[in-house]
Design a protein around this ligand. Structure first.
Ligand code: TRP
Ligand code: ZN
Length: 477
């Protein structure tokens, strides 16, 4: 009898062990099933990296603190390239397997739902060494250029420089210890906490932020930067990292930043983070990225910086306003899934038009909106469901901006700005979906806006707009 009981206990405990299953290889993004991972919530990442600038090799470790959200026999991280030296979970060596961007880790002891755990991955190698794993769609992450390094990872290039739950829905805290040879300077997200001069002619820069961040917004920039500081509203620290040869001109170009923060704070709500600023990489980028607390720009922003490049890009001021406004919409309120990207880019495109309306007047604003309309007229865009290959196209930027402007005309200025403030306040430091925004708009306006949002976001095509938006002169003036 006793033996039978022991047998039953063994069988039952065997079943319990079997109930611990592998965490899924994707977080559940409808467009990209393998982005992010399931079964846990990343709480923080501490990156401790040594950068060999000559050979473009980074080596060090990433420490992730996480909490299991189900019983786990194994779990995934996203990580591309590099040589893994070791992986420890809760201080014990863990087994792992790699397959493309999926890194599957089996800890010595299974993890229980609700359990906190620590993963340390030690690694070394050249970022993006294996170009066959390149995909423009997923972004390049860490990029070495002649004078330094920048990191731009939207939507999913963070996995190209550290092991990560690479999806905006799993925000976490970040800290960075980046060691570079003299005389390089490192700028990353948050506040510079420490600068340690080492015996071997290297310097360690310690950066961290006390606010959660999506992985695509994490950045490390290395260059011969000079820091220029300014003060925003309520004493907010503004610190800009400019290439030394461009400092004076760059300072002039970015001078409106403090006024822009003041204006956006007045219409959206208080600036969300402990500091703001920009970093300018000394090469032509022709893109900019709203990396949290420290937006990234290329040298084309500075007139005369690039002698061999014909300019003709957007006005620097509108791009500066665009990236700044993302700190509210994109960084603080972050898309739930990538299909919600118009909540970033439509908002930022409209915010830069709002800045011009405020600072330059109605005629300039109307001109910008007219240009936006010209890019969507006669097309069949669906910003609410752009498809996985069209996250950053015209169906998102100008049609997203026009969706907001049309909403403003539909509900009136007062209600419109109340909608923006309510939406921002409700979802700050968190994630929101298109349905969440529509819900706030209907709640605040008291109107059923189903047909309105269907027409602008889902049905395809641009609804008609006022005659000035079409470039036709109004009779009245
Ligand atoms: N979010 C950027 C903007 O402000 C555009 C962007 C999308 C980007 N993916 C990127 C920039 C990758 C740099 C790298 O509009
Ligand atoms: Zn943008």
């Amino acid at each position: 009898m006793r033996k039978l009981w022991i047998l039953i206990v063994i069988l039952v405990s065997g079943m319990v062990v079997q109930a611990q299953e592998p965490g899924s290889a994707g977080i559940g993004d409808p467009y990209y099933p393998t982005l992010g991972n399931g079964g846990y919530d990343a709480l923080s990442y501490a990156l401790d990296l040594d950068v060999d600038m000559e050979n473009n090799v980074i080596s060090g470790s990433s420490t992730m603190e996480a909490e299991a959200t189900e019983d786990l026999s194994s779990f995934h991280l996203d990580f591309i390239g590099f040589e893994i030296e070791s992986i420890e979970v809760n201080g014990e060596a863990a087994a792992y397997l790699r397959n493309g961007r999926e890194l599957s880790i089996t800890p010595e002891a299974a993890l229980e739902d609700g359990e906190s755990f620590t993963v340390v991955v030690a690694y070394t190698g050249e970022p993006n060494e294996d170009l066959s794993q390149q995909s423009a769609l997923y972004s390049s992450g860490w990029v070495r250029y002649k004078d330094g390094v920048f990191v731009a990872s939207e939507p999913a290039g963070a996995a190209r420089w550290f092991p990560v739950n690479d999806h905006p829905r799993d925000k976490a805290l970040y800290s960075f210890r980046i060691t570079v040879p003299e005389p390089y300077v490192v700028a990353a997200n948050g506040l510079l906490q420490d600068v340690i001069i080492n015996a071997d002619d290297t310097t360690t820069y310690v950066w961290s932020s006390e606010y959660v961040m999506a992985s695509y917004l994490a950045t490390v920039n290395i260059g011969d930067f000079v820091v220029q500081t300014d003060e925003g509203p309520d004493g907010l620290l503004i610190r800009n990292y400019f290439p030394s040869r461009l400092t004076e001109d760059a300072e002039e170009v970015f001078a409106p930043t403090a006024d822009m923060i003041e204006y956006f704070s007045s219409i959206f709500g208080p600036y969300p983070f402990e500091a703001y600023g920009v970093v300018v990489a000394d090469l032509p980028l022709f893109f900019a990225l709203e990396t949290q607390t420290l937006s990234l720009f290329g040298a084309e922003m500075i007139p005369g910086a690039l002698t061999d490049i014909l300019s003709g890009w957007q006005s620097p001021e509108s791009v500066i306003a665009h990236e700044l406004s993302h700190q509210w919409f994109g960084d603080s309120v972050t898309p739930e899934n990538w299909e919600d990207i118009w909540l970033n880019e439509g908002f930022a495109s409209y915010a830069s038009a709002l800045w011009l309306e405020h600072s330059a007047g109605e005629a300039v604003f109307e001109n910008v909106m007219r240009q936006y309309y010209a890019q969507i007229e006669g097309r069949n865009y669906t910003p609410g469901d752009p498809g996985p290959n069209r996250l950053f196209g015209q169906g998102i930027y100008p049609q997203g901006a026009w969706t907001l402007h049309a909403l403003r005309m539909e509900v009136g200025d007062e209600t419109f700005f109340e909608i923006l403030r309510t939406y921002y306040e409700r979802y700050q430091y968190s994630n929101a979906s298109t349905a969440d925004f529509i819900q706030v708009a209907e709640e605040v306006s008291g109107q059923d806006l189903t047909d309105f949002f269907d027409a602008w976001l889902f049905d395809g095509g641009a609804p008609s707009v006022p005659s000035w938006g079409l470039g036709i002169d109004d009779e009245e003036d």
